[in-house]
Design a protein around this ligand. Structure first.
Ligand SMILES: Cc1cc2nc3c(=O)[nH]c(=O)nc-3n(C[C@H](O)[C@H](O)[C@H](O)COP(=O)(O)O)c2cc1C
Length: 194
């Protein structure tokens, strides 16, 4: 689609979706998020810009008992990393069952240090695409940090190659309540035109 064929109100629509997206975990745990929707969101993610076409996005979607296995793998990674915080370890074991679907998004490694970093940038941009897609479908979403960003147990469960970094554990579900209105600080921009 060329920019000429976009609807005249495309920016208004985009802006509304961008501003409407809120970090939200108030969801119906029993109402599933279909695999078709998850696939659509992952495809949106892959339309993010990506330097050198390394196609760094890696996805693994967890639902049902898969969420329990995800929690177990993350707990194992915390323990393997030397954590003795029993409270945190126990919390991680069960936290992913709070929503019907958790989409784990990883960034593939690259031998070139710059591309390795830029892969992460592209994956973060992709996650935002997916979050906006979720918002446009009426889904609640929540980007959370992986307990261990490169934990071997979680990578193996996800089917990701060693060296992949876990950039987001994305909680998805159908909202049951509204969040507080979003806010952002006033824009500051330095305009240099000559
Ligand atoms: C890279 C990244 C990691 C995040 N990790 C967490 C997290 O682990 N726990 C959490 O409560 N929120 C996490 N968030 C969500 C932010 O807290 C949230 O975006 C922020 O509070 C602004 O709220 P909004 O998304 O509704 O605008 C993360 C956001 C980003 C971009």
């Amino acid at each position: 689609m060329s920019s000429e064929s976009l609807p005249a109100d495309a920016f208004t629509t985009l802006r509304a979706i961008v501003e409407d997206r809120r970090t939200n975990m108030l969801v119906d745990r029993d109402r599933e998020v279909s695999e078709d929707i998850v696939r659509d969101l992952c495809e949106l993610a892959m339309w993010a810009p990506n330097h050198k076409r390394t196609w760094p996005w890696r996805f693994a979607a967890f639902s049902g008992d898969g969420r329990v296995r995800l929690g177990e793998a993350c707990a194992e990674d915390l323990i393997a990393g030397g954590s003795d915080d029993e409270f945190k370890i126990q919390k991680v074991r069960s936290k992913y069952t709070r929503v019907p679907c958790v989409l784990v998004v990883g960034s593939a490694p690259d031998d070139h240090a710059t591309f390795h970093d830029e892969n992460r940038d592209a994956v973060s941009a992709g996650i935002q695409n997916a979050l906006l897609g979720a918002t446009s479908l009426g889904l609640a979403s929540f980007w959370s940090t992986a307990p261990v960003i490169d934990g071997a147990h979680t990578l193996e469960l996800c089917g990701f190659e060693s060296g992949t970094r876990l950039i987001g554990m994305i909680y998805l579900g159908w909202p049951t309540g509204d969040t507080l209105p979003g806010m952002r600080p006033d824009l500051e921009i330095n305009i240099i035109s000559s």
